[in-house]
Design a binder for this molecule. Structure first.
Ligand SMILES: Nc1ncnc2c1ncn2[C@@H]1O[C@H](COP(=O)(O)OP(=O)(O)OP(=O)(O)O)[C@@H](O)[C@H]1O
Ligand SMILES: CC(C)(CO)[C@@H](O)C(=O)NCCC(=O)O
Ligand SMILES: [K+]
Length: 259
């Protein structure tokens, strides 16, 4: 079985793929000081809780935080005897090479989203991922990542308001009742919620304007469905897109003898 690990700047998600479906998805805060042994205690406890018995033979990692990869490699080696594939490293093949400026290190999460989205939908896509950052990945007709947009993440924007302004509390993002807020929290929620609805609409419209073929828009990340309540922003929402992309890249490496 394949263990897929998606390590973002905020959260790290583990998911076990049995070849047909994901058996479970476990989430922990990204913390570079966590050791291989700590990962295993957490992981095995939750698997026992969910009564999942697995024999993990393969591990694939996508990490936007370089420092955590070392301990995840030790975790894979020590507890599963597996040498993990790490997306973005030279020995991890990609189905389609990105076409970007020389010297650009595209975030591995964006490469993985690209592979997952192309596998499901073919090319000419915009993938919008609401993580620590809100990213837009343009997937060309042939499946290559050809660029995109990086905007501050939703929770990051709310946190920045709270940190910078003494009178502004910490608030969670939600869809406000009205645009005109009649209290501080409602004002902040309105600014961020409708601000992001506008950001997504405008950026997608401008990407479409620069691109010479019709494009579909895929939303992913925890907040995609929240924003979709407000407006028709996406053709589809797929919460498991990054995990799916990891299985696609793993299978591609198996087929090509690299894993
Ligand atoms: N209505 C909501 N309000 C606030 N947070 C939410 C809401 N719905 C989902 N979330 C949170 O959004 C996050 C979505 O996770 P996702 O993996 O997409 O990005 P992330 O973990 O924040 O970022 P990264 O992948 O960059 O670490 C989760 O932490 C989840 O708890
Ligand atoms: C933009 C983030 C932080 C989103 O997770 C990540 O993809 C990243 O660190 N990217 C590196 C820069 C780039 O993708 O061009
Ligand atoms: K993510």
């Amino acid at each position: 079985m394949l263990l897929c690990i998606d390590c973002g700047n905020t959260n790290t998600v583990f998911s076990i793929w049995d070849g047909e479906r994901f058996l479970c998805t476990l989430r922990t805060a990204t913390e570079h000081t966590r050791t291989a042994d700590q990962y295993f205690v957490w992981f095995s406890t939750l698997l026992a809780h969910h009564r999942i018995e697995t024999r993990i033979t393969d591990v694939i990692i996508s990490s936007t935080v370089p420092r955590v990869v070392f301990n995840l490699r030790v975790f894979a080696d020590r507890y599963f005897g597996a040498r993990p594939l790490v997306v973005g490293k030279p020995d991890c093949l990609l189905p389609h090479a990105p076409r970007v400026d020389q010297g650009t290190n595209v975030g591995p999460d964006r490469l993985v989203n690209t592979a997952g989205a192309y596998d499901r939908h073919g090319g000419d896509l915009i993938v919008v991922d609401f993580g620590t950052a809100t990213t837009f990945d343009v997937v060309a007709h042939d499946g290559a990542y050809v660029g995109g947009v990086i905007a501050p993440g939703v929770n990051l924007s709310l946190e920045a308001l709270h940190m910078a302004a003494a009178a502004l509390p910490h608030v969670d993002v939600t869809k406000p009742q009205a645009v005109i807020g009649t209290n501080t929290v409602a004002c902040m929620q309105s600014g961020v919620f409708w601000g992001y609805v506008g950001l997504v609409r405008e950026i997608c419209a401008r990407i479409r304007g620069e691109y010479d073929r019709p494009m579909r828009i895929i939303g992913t990340g925890g907040l995609a469905s929240l924003f979709a309540q407000a407006d028709v922003l996406f053709d589809t929402i797929e919460d498991d897109l990054t995990m799916h992309g990891l299985t696609v890249i793993h299978a591609y490496n198996k087929e090509n003898g690299a894993a």
